[in-house]
Design a protein around this ligand. Structure first.
Ligand code: ADP
Length: 493
């Protein structure tokens, strides 16, 4: 059997069947912890996209008419199936993404099950309204599905993000064609199989392919009535351009360079732990919500930084599948080089002080994979490239501030606006800052991940639309129709 053969569970899901790409082309999936190729998947192109979208268009006719609670019940069954396979799914995620099993991948697989459970339970909430237009008129609105949703996701939390597109779209009565990211297709293909066990054929279709051919063809397909994209701001703009040509609604969850503002009264261990969490060091900071600009008050700058370095240094880098590992690997060589370039730039700056980390190990077991060390540059300035651009790697810049006006101004001086973190025991002070920061999600005194039920999304170039919530589902995956009925016997004037 040639190495590049695609096994059945690694085939795409199209019209209820496991299929290869129409061209027969494949691409390799690499394990970033050892750079070994461990699977091949189909490389879909425009022809596959066309087949998938046409199948989803056909399936939409009956899916939209299924009673919402019946759709919800199917999602609840999917949640059970995903939960039963959490461990297998988590190991697959850890192997293809390099995210540590204990600190990341297991939680991601669990969250995917919860996402199906949450949206499954919301099926009865697709309610409309009545409008009081007088005794002779009945005016009401309906929340109707949009049609075929074209969903495109990245590799950083692939299974969770696939669930986050599929579950609300289906709950609202849409059908889905989802393109997995080229670097992390396997967990998503496994999820597709678990969905298919409980759904009619063609309601969910999952393709594997490259962005430029498969992703672009999906974004441009005339049968797609809604685009839902998570990824870089750069590609998000291309998706929005495509959407504008056909005037289809678009949801974008894009990049970030989130500020983390520490007030002097938070110079304590809990805040240090929180800052480490908010920076997502245990996900190699490959998270759009990473609090990667740390604004430390001048009065506590050195002391807080010392504690931060001390605690971060205790995190263990290693094999993602090892239970003792806290931090896994960067996803691929391109990202790894990008992160290294930023670190080199910091090292070359005479005005930057390396507080910890630096370039990756170049010998020993860690040099076999894309392992990057948590790195902190102190005495940074908010206008450095390191402080402006999303690195998507474990490089934190610590910036000094003295008065709160400066801290807020610097925090807001970014084209991004996804998340923000504020640290203070003075809750009034913290909330005033939280209200002034330009971000879709501000956390005070915690650096946790997204929560179901709470709308999540960005402002400015971090995106459009909200996810994770009932409101997000209604806004992103339904359209409102008004129906006005004249109840009087006489014809309307
Ligand atoms: P990341 O930096 O996380 O890889 P990208 O924005 O490059 O983010 O990729 C996110 C998703 O968008 C991936 O599934 C990728 O294949 C897809 N993609 C990349 N380029 C395009 C494009 N031109 N059109 C549509 N999808 C694309």
């Amino acid at each position: 059997m040639p190495d590049s053969v695609v096994t059945d569970s690694h085939r795409m899901l199209l019209a209820g069947e496991r299929v290869d790409s129409a061209s027969g082309e494949t691409f390799a999936v690499e394990n970033p912890a050892n750079r070994g190729i461990f699977a091949h998947v189909p490389r879909a192109g425009a022809e596959d996209v066309d087949r998938a979208v046409k199948a989803a268009v056909r399936a939409f006719e009956s899916w939209r008419e299924a009673p919402p609670r019946e759709r919800g019940r199917m999602l609840l069954r999917i949640a059970e199936s995903v939960e039963a396979k959490t461990e297998e799914l988590a190991r697959l995620i850890a192997t293809e993404t390099g995210n540590a099993l204990r600190t990341q991948a297991r939680a991601e697989a669990g969250l995917a099950a919860d996402i199906f459970r949450y949206f499954g339970g919301l099926a009865s909430e697709l309610k409309g309204q009545t409008v009081p237009l007088g005794e002779q008129v009945l005016s009401y609105s309906r929340r109707e599905p949009v049609g075929v949703v074209g969903a495109i996701i990245p590799w950083n939390a692939p299974v969770m993000l696939a669930a986050l597109k599929i579950a609300p779209a289906l709950c609202a009565g849409n059908t889905v064609v989802l393109k997995a990211a080229e670097d992390a297709p396997l967990g998503v293909l496994m999820l597709a199989g678990l969905c298919q066990e409980h759904l009619p054929p063609s309601v969910v279709n999952v393709l594997t392919g490259y962005g430029e051919d498969c992703g672009a063809a999906l974004a441009a397909h005339p049968g797609v009535r809604k685009l839902s994209f998570t990824g870089s701001t750069e590609v998000g703009k291309l998706i929005m351009e495509q959407a504008s040509r056909r005037v289809v609604p678009v949801s974008l969850e894009l990049g970030g360079k989130s500020p983390s503002i520490v007030f002097p009264d938070a110079n304590e261990d809990w805040a240090v732990e929180g800052v480490i969490n908010s920076m997502r060091f245990t996900r190699q900071s490959q998270s759009c919500t990473a609090g990667s600009r740390l604004f430390l008050h001048a009065g506590i700058f050195d002391e807080f930084l010392d504690r931060l370095v001390d605690r971060t240094a205790k995190l263990r880098l290693g094999d993602p599948l090892d239970e003792a590992t806290d931090i896994g690997t960067i996803i691929n060589e391109k990202q790894f080089r990008k992160v290294c370039n930023y670190v080199e730039e910091g090292l070359e700056r005479s005005d930057a002080r390396l507080a910890m980390g630096g370039l990756p190990p170049d010998s020993g077991p860690l040099s076999e994979g894309y392992f990057a060390r948590p790195t902190i540059f102190a005495d940074a300035s908010n206008d450095w490239r390191l402080a402006r651009e999303e690195i998507f790697g474990p490089v934190l810049v610590a910036i000094r501030w003295e008065n709160v006006e400066d801290a807020i101004r610097m925090a807001n001086s970014s084209h991004y606006g996804l998340a923000a973190f504020v640290w203070s025991r003075d809750i009034g002070q913290a909330l005033c800052a939280a209200h002034r920061v330009e971000a879709g999600w501000v956390q005070v005194n915690q650096g946790a991940g997204q929560v179901l039920g709470q709308s999540y999304g960005g402002v400015k170039e971090s995106g459009i639309g909200r996810e994770f919530s009932l409101e997000g589902m209604l806004d992103s995956f339904t359209q409102t129709k008004s129906v006005t009925v004249n109840l009087g016997l006489a014809p309307p004037a």
